[in-house]
Design a protein around this ligand. Structure first.
Ligand SMILES: Nc1ncnc2c1ncn2[C@@H]1O[C@H](COP(=O)(O)OP(=O)(O)OP(=O)(O)O)[C@@H](O)[C@H]1O
Ligand SMILES: [Mg+2]
Length: 247
């Protein structure tokens, strides 16, 4: 079982969109996939039309009072299950604070699922927190959308540092440029330069496309309902790159 975390310190950069599309593509590839929505906003849960309420919520899960298997829901798609988020996840930081009370790490919680799933994708809330540390420690690969901006190099360096500082095993990092508009000079320059100059940046970038925003209307990943669109093709390429790094 391999664990991919869709993570960034920043909000609104395309984490949930990437997590949803990659989860669907991995499932279509024949992998048994679990998408764990760790964001109290519950975007991924909503997108896959999964009922959010799980008895006891995140608290019961982390405290070991609720079995992971009982909290998992199936989606409308073969091979693709969702572990829904709910608003109790806003307290996840406190729950994971091992100094306050004995608690399970996300990694330990996921260990029990290793026979059931080939790929687990974690959709993370934007933050640098105990939850993010726990996520990074559990992950094999951190998939990080980066907006094309003059700050993107700095964002990447901060991510690298955060991953490097986290105790325990270090996951691989695969950053990718998100919401790229090649008509803009700066975007075009970054797309031309960044992937070649840094091994942790994917060759694939995700174009800005209004169709991607329509995912909320269709309530399904764009790779499912518009597979020949430029954005869907980009997600397919990104999945191929991510898959290679998992080996
Ligand atoms: N390639 C794209 N082109 C156009 N819009 C996009 C693209 N990717 C994502 N969006 C839109 O940008 C917004 C933020 O995307 P998303 O929710 O995936 O980001 P996020 O990083 O998960 O945000 P948060 O930090 O709030 O969890 C959404 O409205 C989404 O539809
Ligand atoms: Mg999100």
């Amino acid at each position: 079982m391999k664990i991919i975390a869709s993570y960034s310190i920043k909000g609104g950069v395309g984490k949930t969109t990437a997590a949803a599309n990659l989860a669907w593509l991995a499932a279509a590839d024949g992998r048994r996939v679990l998408l764990w929505d760790l964001d109290p906003q519950g975007g991924a849960t909503w997108l896959f039309k999964v009922k959010a309420k799980v008895k006891g919520g995140g608290e019961a899960l982390v405290a070991g009072k609720l079995d992971m298997a009982d909290a998992i829901r199936s989606s409308d798609f073969d091979n693709l299950d969702v572990l829904p988020s709910d608003f109790s996840y806003r307290n996840l930081d406190l729950l994971l604070d091992a100094e306050k009370k004995p608690t399970r790490t996300l990694g330990q919680l996921l260990d029990g699922l290793s026979k059931k799933y080939d790929i687990v994708i974690l959709d993370c809330a934007p933050s640098v927190s105990l939850v993010s540390e726990s996520i990074v420690r559990a992950a094999d690969l951190v998939l990080a959308p980066v907006m094309p901006s003059p700050l993107s190099m700095r964002t990447l360096d901060q991510l690298r540092e955060f991953i490097g500082d986290t105790k325990g095993k270090s996951p691989k990092l695969l950053a990718f440029l998100s919401m790229v508009d090649r008509r803009r000079r700066l975007h075009k320059d970054l797309v031309d330069e960044l992937p070649g100059s840094r091994p942790d940046v994917a060759k694939t970038f995700i174009p800005a496309a209004s169709a991607v925003e329509q995912m909320g209307v269709h309530r399904a990943p764009i790779v499912q309902w518009q597979p020949r669109s430029a954005a869907a093709i980009a997600y397919q390429d990104l999945w191929r790159e991510a898959r290679k790094r998992l080996k």
